[in-house]
Design a protein around this ligand. Structure first.
Ligand code: HEM
Length: 405
């Protein structure tokens, strides 16, 4: 089918997110492996069915390191900004054994046990933000609550001043929105340069004056020589900052939106606060904050569902689509915060499964419970149809979420 189906949707169109679920329904039915042209000139294949998503994410023919799959010459052409080389050597762009080495350097800080130990601190941060708000007042929930909470938490873990968070937000947003888009990347150039310069300064400070935080321990690892190169050090800090800025924010925002759109579910959660755990899993499934996985590349030709994914082509798994696959989920387009069997892949799958999942879950559970507990009458501050999604195809996140508390 694939070749005869016309491309009706542009992943980079500003209103892509408005129509994407309808697009996925069509693709799952008619063209489960579907080719699109990326603005960087590469062909990318969208994988939209749940079972196929699991297969793709554990298939060793789809690798993360573009340099290896494309060859040095083709890969070099994709780099539009020299500075971005400093941010690319992340574990999310690596395969074993480098991936294993990098992930093991930080995995201890993110185990469920370590994260449980942060419960009280996260609760205090949430309470501190909510205390500043007044009942009956209109606010933008994204900028006043969903955004600051995870940023304060990750900044404290890393040991970076929380006052710098607005700068990070701007830089991080620009980089995410420029993903696979050379023109946007060029435009974001000054912000990326500023980000790299900031990281250099930060690392330099920690080299001279070590403190008890994640950056200091990474700087130690780098000093030991064989564990972490300088580029990998910058990339690691960058990845953790961006992961902290772009994802949990949207889990909180999308979760509250889903509840406002479904007042029966809102009432159910308010009457049964212990449902918060299954509710957060349902938000991850229903409005997955990470809509697509990051880039993977075929290292050989792969025939699949009558199509040929060529060596060097990109593979993008539509997590948001897999999470609404009717073959896997009963009534997939319905929000059900009591859903018992919910093997969603909102945090990905396989060796790159989200490192921050325990942290993101805990933050969202605390944030949404505390918000509803303090402001039980929360309602939309604008008509919900008017809300706009951010333009990144990778993430699903609202620009603003006006509410009346
Ligand atoms: C709701 C919040 C979050 C969601 C939905 C999410 C989702 C994901 C997904 C889908 C992946 C895999 C991407 C792929 O395979 O291409 C991933 C990887 C990753 N996430 Fe998250 N994430 C969240 C929060 C966080 C947080 C708070 C952190 C840490 C501060 C974090 C750190 C990472 C890291 C380091 C990886 C790469 C893991 C690897 O390559 O082995 N994430 N995340």
């Amino acid at each position: 089918m694939g070749a005869s189906m016309k491309l009706q949707f542009d992943l980079f169109a500003p209103d892509y997110k408005k129509h994407s679920y309808a697009f996925y329904t069509e693709l799952r039915e008619k063209a489960p492996v579907y080719k699109v042209k990326m603005p960087n000139g590469l062909d990318a294949w969208l994988i939209t069915r749940y079972e196929d998503a699991l297969s793709a994410l554990k298939d060793s023919r789809f690798i993360k390191r573009g340099r290896t799959a494309l060859g040095e010459e083709r890969f070099k052409k994709l780099i539009v900004l020299e500075e971005s080389e400093y941010l690319m050597e992340t574990m999310l762009a690596m395969d074993p054994p480098d991936h294993t080495r990098l992930r093991s350097l930080v995995s201890k800080a993110f185990t469920p046990k370590m994260i449980q130990g942060m419960h009280e601190n996260i609760q205090n941060i949430a309470d501190g933000l909510l205390e500043k708000m007044e009942k009956g007042k209109p606010i933008d929930l994204m900028s006043e609550f969903a955004f600051p909470l995870p940023i304060i938490v990750i900044s404290e873990m890393l040991g970076i001043p929380t006052e710098d968070r607005m700068k990070f937000r701007d830089w991080s947003n620009a980089i995410i929105d420029a993903n696979n888009h050379p023109d946007r990347m060029r435009k974001a150039g000054p912000k990326i340069k500023a980000f790299v310069a900031y990281l250099q300064e930060l690392v330099e400070k920690r080299r001279q004056n070590s403190t008890d935080d994640l950056i200091s321990s990474l700087v130690h690892a780098e000093a030991e020589g064989d564990k972490l190169s300088e580029k990998e050090l910058y990339a690691m800090i960058f990845l953790l900052i961006v992961a902290g800025h772009e994802t949990t924010v949207n889990l909180i925002g999308n979760g509250v939106l889903a509840l406002l759109e479904n007042p029966d579910q809102m009432a159910l959660l308010q009457q049964n606060p212990e449902l918060i755990q299954t509710a957060v899993e349902e938000f991850l499934r229903y409005y997955s904050p990470v809509e697509f996985t990051t880039n993977r590349f075929a290292i050989e030709d792969v025939n699949w569902h009558g199509e040929t994914i060529k060596k060097g082509d990109m593979v993008l798994v539509a997590l948001a689509s897999a999470n609404r696959d009717p073959e896997q989920f009963v009534n997939p387009d319905q929000l059900d915060i009591t859903r018992k069997h919910n093997p969603h892949i909102g945090f990905g799958y396989g060796i790159h499964y989200c490192l921050g999942a325990p942290l993101a879950r805990l933050e969202a559970q605390i944030a949404i419970s505390s918000l509803l507990n303090r402001f039980p009458d929360i309602k939309p501050g604008t008509s919900l149809e008017q809300l706009e999604w951010r333009p990144s195809f990778l993430m699903r996140g609202l620009k603003e979420l006006p509410v009346i508390l």
